[in-house]
Ligand binder design. Structure first.
Ligand SMILES: Nc1ncnc2c1ncn2[C@@H]1O[C@H](COP(=O)(O)OP(=O)(O)OP(=O)(O)O)[C@@H](O)[C@H]1O
Ligand SMILES: [Mg+2]
Length: 256
C-alpha cells in the first residue's frame, strides 16, 4: 500500500506554479471573480423554483473563500454558475474581468480552460480512462506536448503513484476524489473551485489535501472557492459566504 502522505507547503510543484501566477495576479488589479445580481430559476411541472436569488459578492485574487450552508441551499449551483458551467436566469458572473454573459459556450470553455480548475461534488471522472489519463486530459485538450510528466507528478503529490493505471471503478471514493483534485490542479488554474473537496476523505488524507490546497494559494496565488461542510476547512479560509434558501445571508471575514 502506498504511503498517502502529501508534501505540505514546500512542494516543488507549488514552487513551479508561483512564477506564473503571482505575476498574473499582481498585473491584473481586477477582482478574480465578481457575482452581480445572480439568480437561477428552473421551470418544473409544479411551477417555477427559485434556486438562487440576488447574489452579489466579489473575490479578490488570492482570496480563499468557503461557501457554506445547509444541503439544498444552492451551493453547488452557485459554484457551477461561477465557473461558467451553467448559465444564470438573471445577473452575471465576471471572471477575471470577462463577463460570462457576453460569451457563448465556446467562449466560456476557453475561459475555463485558461483559468479555471473545477472539482465536482461527484468527481465526474471519465470511466473509460485510467487515473493517469483522466489527469492528462485537460493538458491534452489544450495541446500541451508533455501531458504525462505533469500528470504523473501531481498524482504523486496526492499520494496515488501506485494507482496510475486504475480505472475510476477500481478506485475508492477518496481515491477518485484525489484524482479529481489532481485533474483540477494540473493546468495550474488561477481560480480553483472545489465542491466538498474533503467530503470523502479520512481525516489524515483530508488534512493533507487541505495543506495542498492552501500551499497552492500561498505559493502560486491560486484563488480558492470551496464549498464545504467541514468546519476545519472553512476555518482555514479568509472568508465564509453563507447561503440559506438560495440567498446570501452572511459574508463573514475571518482570521485565516
Ligand atoms: N436542474 C434542477 N432542477 C430542479 N431543481 C434543481 C436543479 N438543480 C438544483 N435543484 C434544486 O436546487 C436546490 C439547490 O441545489 P444544490 O445542488 O445547489 O444544493 P447544495 O447546497 O449544493 O446541496 P448539498 O449540500 O446537498 O450538495 C436543491 O433543492 C435542488 O434540489
Ligand atoms: Mg452540493
Amino acid at each position: 500500500m502506498a504511503d498517502h502522505s502529501l508534501p505540505a507547503a514546500e512542494s516543488p510543484l507549488a514552487e513551479v506554479m508561483v512564477t506564473q501566477h503571482s505575476v498574473a495576479v499582481a498585473a491584473s488589479g481586477t477582482a478574480a471573480l465578481a457575482v452581480r445580481g445572480l439568480g437561477k430559476r428552473v421551470r418544473l411541472p409544479s411551477g417555477e423554483l427559485t434556486i438562487l436569488d440576488g447574489i452579489d459578492f466579489s473575490i479578490d485574487p488570492g482570496d480563499t473563500v468557503a461557501i457554506v450552508g445547509a444541503s439544498g441551499s444552492g451551493k453547488s449551483t452557485l459554484l457551477s454558475l461561477m465557473a461558467g458551467l451553467d448559465t444564470p436566469s438573471s445577473g452575471d458572473v465576471i471572471l477575471d474581468g470577462e463577463a460570462l454573459s457576453t460569451l457563448d459556450e465556446d467562449g466560456r470553455a476557453r475561459v475555463r480552460g485558461a483559468k479555471v480548475g473545477f472539482v465536482f461534488q461527484n468527481f465526474q471522472l471519465l470511466p473509460s480512462l485510467t487515473a493517469l489519463e483522466n489527469v492528462m486530459l485537460p493538458l491534452e485538450l489544450r495541446g500541451d506536448r508533455d501531458a504525462e510528466g505533469p500528470a504523473r507528478a501531481i498524482l504523486q503529490q496526492v499520494g496515488l503513484e501506485q494507482r496510475l493505471d486504475h480505472y475510476p471503478r477500481q478506485l475508492s471514493g477518496g481515491e477518485q476524489q484525489r484524482v479529481a483534485l489532481a485533474r483540477a490542479f494540473v493546468t495550474r488554474p488561477s481560480l480553483l473551485f472545489a465542491d466538498e473537496p474533503t467530503g470523502n476523505l479520512d481525516s489524515r488524507t483530508g488534512q493533507a489535501i487541505i495543506e495542498l490546497l492552501f500551499s497552492l494559494n500561498a505559493q502560486a496565488g491560486t484563488t480558492l472557492v470551496l464549498v464545504t461542510h467541514d468546519d476545519h476547512l472553512a476555518d482555514r479560509c479568509g472568508r465564509r459566504l453563507r447561503l440559506d434558501g438560495g440567498r446570501l445571508v452572511a459574508a463573514e471575514s475571518q482570521a485565516a
